[in-house]
Design a protein around this ligand. Structure first.
Ligand SMILES: [Zn+2]
Length: 568
């Protein structure tokens, strides 16, 4: 389908240069001629000072406003013409204004039915040119002002939000740009794009970010000494002390412990505490590499050693020279690689695959495993001599369930980190959420906790708290041990509880009196705040109010409380 534009002489007549007053007019709208290199500098400043996402939003909105203004001429200028000719006022004005050459490829719309589909080609987009000039060829389309114009113009014309996206952009190296427009609801990711058209206070975001940075700093500061290790439980301190003692030596260290306990973190901390801290730390997961590649990965490869080895490449040992090499899941190392590793450890030099030259390497080795190496030796899958070489200084990192007192500390640190990562402001964990974390038995250890906290941060509302449902969603019985059907903490009767019951019975008080006393105590602990008192008792506010009312009916003395209007 090929389109022919109607003559644009009607639009050209709108443009007047008024030298007397120093103004340029398009119809009754004042315009201004600007240098594209000045605009390019403005774009660059915006991008570097507020970041590409905010810059994109600001520029999209600017283009959108121009498009909205020009849409008024569509109605005014070609009243008797076909709707298609009157729509073309937009693309034709956009060209006159110097945005790009616009060629319609496909256009169909029905204003009353709210249907729109448009496919246009842009050549010589000033914005693509400006972007490439400042940033070189980029990955994502960059004609934000132009797209904003297309969306603004078409949305005003159609009376509903039409989102245009670039399917090709000259800023990405294409020889032209290509755009497609549809009602925003018809784009699968349309909602995510709505933000580019809405007002957004950057100041508010900056303030939130500032507080996140503060929180993050406080979690990072002790970590730079301890290397991101957090914990205060005796089980943790024991492992930490062992690590701290061996760190300054050159001894090979074997870290053992279940999956997810944080063996890599320990290895990094060990590296940071050693004299090798300013040299590389290189980690290899032996279980994640295919057996046929593992030797090349560890020891490097010479060009042509095997099909596919197009160039010589250094292995992880060479890359870790002077520093520390972590061999994670070392128990998974194939036998051939074990033999070679043993030789490297004995001789302190490596030989690349397919090579004949030996190279000296100075690497401190840390091995980690979640399998019992003794058992692996007995089963014939691990060399005994290598096990002795690695097992010089074993450190067993305790599972999370054996260091429950660390959970809150760990979770708070993770919360701050994920808030920063996901640009979110979350105030903390709700009491019940914390309780649920403490009662979970953590088969996946610290990594599982990390996943839960990240999920919690994502699900929590902005400026809200992480609730128990955010940590354990879609799993009403996942935390069965900790929560009953109503979501309250289910306390198992303990010896203490039995003793308490016995004392109450011995006191001779009635159930009513006891209830009254507990209610009063909760209200007093909550300093008169009824909602808080209700929470302490695991009641809803109406349930609490009802109980209070019952007591007044029974003639119990009513206490001074800060009654919120409309609650009772
Ligand atoms: Zn473009």
């Amino acid at each position: 389908m090929s389109f022919k534009y109607p003559s644009d002489s009607d639009l050209r007549r709108l443009l007047r240069f008024e030298t007397d007053s120093g103004a340029i007019w398009l119809g009754d709208r004042r315009m201004v001629l600007m240098h594209t290199n000045a605009l390019a500098a403005l774009r660059q400043d915006l991008i570097t000072s507020v970041g590409p996402e905010h810059a994109r939003r600001i520029l999209t909105r600017m283009g959108y406003a121009s498009g909205l203004s020009d849409a008024e001429y569509a109605k005014k200028m070609r009243p008797g013409d076909s709707l298609q000719d009157s729509f073309m006022v937009g693309p034709q004005l956009h060209m006159l204004e110097g945005a790009a050459r616009v060629t319609p490829v496909k256009l169909s719309f029905d204003i009353t039915a709210g249907q729109f589909f448009g496919d246009f080609r842009w050549d010589h987009s000033w914005e693509a040119y400006a972007h490439r000039q400042k940033f070189g060829v980029v990955e994502d389309p960059a004609c934000w002002t132009l797209l904003g114009y297309a969306s603004g113009y078409t949305s005003a014309f159609m009376g509903r939000l039409i989102l245009f996206k670039e399917t090709l952009c000259a800023a990405c190296g294409a020889d032209h740009c290509q755009i497609i427009g549809r009602p925003i609801e018809e784009w699968p990711d349309g909602e995510a794009h709505r933000m580019y058209f809405t007002d957004d206070s950057l100041m508010e975001k900056m303030e939130a970010l500032q507080s996140q940075v503060e929180a993050l700093k406080s979690t990072l500061e002790p970590a730079t000494q301890g290397g991101q290790l957090v914990g205060n439980s005796s089980a943790f301190r024991k492992a930490y002390t062992l690590m701290h003692k061996v760190a300054p030596t050159q001894a090979t260290v074997l870290l053992t412990g279940e999956t997810g306990v944080g063996k890599e973190r320990f290895a990094r901390a060990l590296h940071q505490l050693s004299s090798r801290a300013d040299k590389p730390f290189v980690a290899v997961n032996c279980a994640a590499l295919p057996a046929e590649l593992i030797e090349a990965e560890l020891f490097g490869v010479e060009k042509g050693a095997y099909t596919g080895a197009h160039a010589a490449r250094a292995g992880r040992f060479e890359r870790a020279d002077g520093g520390t090499l972590l061999l994670d899941e070392v128990g998974e190392l194939p036998m051939a690689a074990q033999a070679k590793l043993l030789r490297v450890l004995q001789e302190g030099e490596i030989e690349r695959v397919g090579g004949e030259v030996t190279r000296k390497v100075n690497v401190r080795l840390v091995a980690a495993t979640n399998v019992d190496l003794e058992k692996a030796v007995a089963a014939g899958s691990f060399r005994r001599d290598l096990m002795y070489r690695l097992n010089v200084y074993p450190i067993c990192i305790p599972p999370l369930r054996e260091r429950k007192t660390d959970i809150e500390l760990l979770a708070q640190g993770m919360l701050a980190r994920f808030c920063a990562l996901h640009s979110k402001r979350v105030l903390g964990f709700e009491e019940r959420a914390l309780q649920a974390l403490l009662q979970h038995d953590w088969p996946g250890n610290v990594r599982e906790l990390e996943n839960l906290v990240e999920r919690g941060v994502i699900l929590a509302s902005q400026s809200g708290m992480v609730e128990v449902e955010h940590l354990f969603p879609n799993q009403p019985d996942a935390a069965q041990t900790s929560l009953d059907a109503h979501g309250h903490l289910a306390k198992l009767p303990s010896a203490q509880d039995d003793e308490l019951s016995a004392r109450i019975l011995d006191s001779g008080s009635s159930l009513e009196e006891i209830e009254a006393r507990v209610l009063d105590e909760a209200v007093s602990r909550a300093r008169g705040n009824l909602a808080e008192a209700a929470r302490l008792l695991g009641l809803t506010r109406p349930q609490m109010a009802y109980r209070q009312k019952q007591r007044q009916h029974r003639g119990a003395p009513s206490h001074e409380i800060n009654r919120e209007p409309g609650v009772l």
